[in-house]
Design a protein around this ligand. Structure first.
Ligand SMILES: C[S@@+](CC[C@H](N)C(=O)[O-])C[C@H]1O[C@@H](n2cnc3c(N)ncnc32)[C@H](O)[C@@H]1O
Length: 352
């Protein structure tokens, strides 16, 4: 077919149409994750396999709609999530994995599957649908939809609590893969490390595994600690970081400060400063540092995450200048940022 010439205006129209349909791609991706399509292909040695083979491996259906499945796969192939090979003899199309598909596997780590499920969950989407209402009236989308704060909601809903904690653990798995090799020397001299807002302790378990001289203290809300798996090298403590945090040689804050406003961050940082030695102590923050340049492959997801924080918890993603400001006011005048091949960076901050 001959390509038609388009002017800037038509290009603009096409771009807006792409943005409008971006959520459909996200839903198709969620469908692939729900039906474990990448795992099915992976379990056949990575494929490629036919749609009939994929269909026969999908469990829990007595009347699977294969033509729906074919159309969903067409979109995901178009978006390079899967490959499609059309045999020249007219045989069935064969579907294979791409470098993206490995990130939506359930049966292999690290994986974005649990994070994708949380992001495409009804209550998450409903919160983001409140953006314009919140711009006009203030408040948080999550609170408007659920009538309570997110941590009250996770506490009252074990299912959502699990969804949330699994998503956080999966993102911890991913980050540890790049953080631990980059931060080998950073743990020397640290005998006790407190993970403030450490969830169910996934991050700390990985750290103590690769640094056996460290004693881990995982600190989070009591209802989260109640579901944390046992680890003989990690002590789990329930409490409220706005009140006080356990003492240690150093404190880790992974994806924690971005859930709070500047004012609350400063309070938490002050509590952290009281809990570490004045001379040798440090905090290790693993969080987004916004660069606001489009040449970083993670930047779009960082800026989008900022809107998520705005609607879910009232937090924000920060530029280096914004980090410098909260760190200084929280009692950490000196800091050092190390960039990683990840959405997050390492920010070490020192009381002196
Ligand atoms: C975004 S999650 C990050 C979890 C973990 N650091 C990770 O990256 O996998 C924020 C964590 O802070 C915890 N949290 C929220 N408010 C808290 C409070 N007041 N005191 C202690 N923990 C709190 C939540 O339960 C949640 O586990």
């Amino acid at each position: 077919m001959e390509a038609i010439q388009v002017d800037e205006s038509v290009r603009g129209q096409a771009e807006i149409l792409q943005h409008i349909s971006a959520y459909v791609t996200s839903m198709a991706l969620k469908c692939a994750v729900d039906l474990r399509i990448a795992d099915i292909i992976h379990s056949h040695g990575g494929g490629p396999i036919t749609l009939s083979q994929i269909a026969s491996a999908i469990t829990g259906s007595s009347c699977l709609n294969v033509s729906y499945l074919a159309r969903i796969m067409r979109l995901l192939v178009y978006k390079n999530i899967f490959t499609a090979h059309h045999p020249s003899d007219g045989g069935e199309t064969l579907y294979g994995l791409t470098s993206s598909s490995k990130w939506i596997l359930w049966d292999s780590k690290p994986s974005l599957a649990p994070y994708l499920v949380l992001q495409n969950e009804q209550s998450t989407i409903a919160s983001l649908l409140c953006l314009s209402q919140c711009v006009k009236d203030g408040g948080l989308g999550f609170d408007k939809v659920h009538g309570c704060k997110i941590w009250e909601f996770t506490s009252a809903n074990p299912e959502f609590n699990k969804l949330f904690n699994d998503a956080m653990s999966s993102s911890a798995d991913i980050l540890m893969g790049v953080f631990l090799p980059a931060y080998k020397d950073g743990f020397s001299g640290i005998r006790s490390l407190v993970d403030v807002g450490g969830g169910i302790g996934t991050t700390l378990s990985e750290i103590v595994k690769s640094h056996p001289h460290i004693r881990g203290i995982n600190f989070d809300l009591p209802h989260v600690i109640a579901t944390a798996p046992f680890n003989e090298r990690v002590t789990h403590i329930g409490g409220d970081m706005l009140e006080a945090v356990p003492t240690g040689d150093a404190i880790l804050l992974k994806a924690v400060l971005h859930i709070w406003t500047d004012e609350v961050c400063i309070k938490i940082l002050s509590n952290c400063r009281k809990a570490i030695p004045e001379d040798s102590g440090k905090i290790i923050i693993l969080d987004v540092v916004l660069e606001l340049q489009d040449n970083n492959i993670f930047e779009e997801s960082r800026i989008a995450l900022d809107l998520g924080m705005m609607m879910f918890t009232g937090g924000k993603e920060r530029t280096e200048a914004e980090w410098k400001n909260v760190l200084k006011k929280g009692g950490f005048p000196r800091y050092r940022i190390t960039k990683l091949a990840a959405k997050e960076s390492i920010i070490e901050a020192f009381p002196k």
